[in-house]
Design a protein around this ligand. Structure first.
Ligand SMILES: Nc1ncnc2c1ncn2[C@@H]1O[C@H](COP(=O)(O)OP(=O)(O)OP(=O)(O)O)[C@@H](O)[C@H]1O
Length: 335
């Protein structure tokens, strides 16, 4: 397991120790200013090769702008971007053929069928020979579950189908990396599951995936790594499992003798509180076996004891504290 990445604030130089895992993308000191708006600032992002990295943040936190700079679609005001070892945006032509991207709706023609739209996209793929185009298009349609609707006009597609066609356009040729900006936005649960399956398949194939979302459950369900953005800066990043464990450790005990358990633990100076899920004992100063020993010795019947997870939700709430107090915009759909 690699360690949680630290914010170094350093530029891309020999002074930065080599990471344990090679990086598919990294940024240093990334900044983007639009007139008076600082959209992104001091972003040092590490995307390990083979990771599914969730870029998590409320609306307006800078996810799309960061993704656009990763892909060389927007020129940074300051800082550096490396994508698959190439300097962006200068070396876009070398890096981008290996990268599939779904960033905002690609320019699909409303009166053409999904398949005909993809044929047009495929014709612009430098890595696809013309005789390979029909096969690649049909395989991509199949991969996103659109084969049956392939000959219907794009205009009549549901939002989920449009989203899946966008994904198919990103997957026309095998990629080393796939970047998806809010891919499940507006999808129903079945559509969301489908996108998750596609991400899992890409991961199994060793493809690096960067996916942005303002939905915590989404990131928790699909990602190996996470970078949390708040007001344009990365406030935490690393392996999902490490970030989930970074809160106060606690043991959740299910017992019919809850009140006795609370009393006993307090008498033994072990932090404890009663929650709807059970008795929650603080493990900051006491190891779990000691908590169980104290309870059992006092005659408390223990039915189940599990390590309570901090949950990305708690982490996200702590990291972005104050943000929601400032307004409820983050409740709505992302733009
Ligand atoms: N082209 C632009 N011109 C001016 N301001 C912009 C532009 N693009 C983004 N911004 C501003 O930069 C900030 C970050 O926006 P960005 O779209 O990157 O955030 P986001 O996290 O992707 O949000 P969302 O989930 O709403 O898409 C916002 O304040 C936004 O209004």
């Amino acid at each position: 397991m690699t360690s949680t990445a630290v914010e170094t604030g350093a530029g891309i130089s020999d002074e930065v120790p080599a990471p344990a895992v090679p990086l598919a993308a990294r940024t240093r000191g990334l900044r983007k200013v639009y007139r008076s708006t600082v959209a992104v600032d001091h972003v040092d992002l590490d995307v390990p090769e083979g990771a599914v990295l969730g870029m998590l943040g409320p609306n307006g936190s800078g996810k799309t702008t960061t993704i656009r700079m990763l892909l060389g679609l927007v020129r940074p005001t300051a800082g550096e971007v490396e994508l698959l070892g190439r300097k962006m945006p200068e070396e876009s032509a070398h890096a981008l053929p290996d990268v599939g991207a779904l960033v905002e709706g690609p320019g699909f023609h409303p009166f053409l069928s999904g398949r005909d739209n993809l044929l047009r996209f495929a014709a612009a793929e430098p890595r696809l020979a013309s005789q390979a185009i029909p096969g690649a298009v049909d395989a991509a349609l199949d991969r996103v579950g659109l084969s049956a609707a392939a000959r219907r006009r794009y205009k009549g597609y549901s939002l989920g189908m449009k989203q899946r066609l966008g994904l198919a356009s990103a997957l026309l040729v095998p990629r080393r990396m796939v970047v998806l900006d809010e891919p499940t936005n507006g999808l129903d649960p079945a559509g969301t599951r489908e996108i998750r399956r596609i991400i899992a398949d890409l991961h199994a194939d060793g493809v690096t995936v960067v996916v942005s979302s303002h939905l915590l459950a989404e990131v928790e369900a699909t990602c190996t790594h996470v970078a949390v953005l708040q007001a344009g800066t990365v406030v935490a990043q690393g392996e999902l499992a490490d970030l989930l464990e970074s809160g106060n450790a606690a043991l959740l005990v299910r017992t019919p003798d809850a009140e006795q358990a609370v009393e006993t633990l307090r008498e033994n100076r072990i932090g404890v509180r009663l929650t709807p899920d059970g008795v929650r004992a603080d493990l900051t100063a006491t190891p779990a076996p000691r908590v169980l020993q104290v309870l059992v010795q006092a005659g408390v019947e223990v039915h189940e004891a599990t390590r309570a997870r901090t949950g990305l939700e708690d982490l996200f709430a702590r990291l972005t504290e104050g943000e929601s107090a400032a307004g409820d915009e983050s409740e709505g759909e992302a733009s």
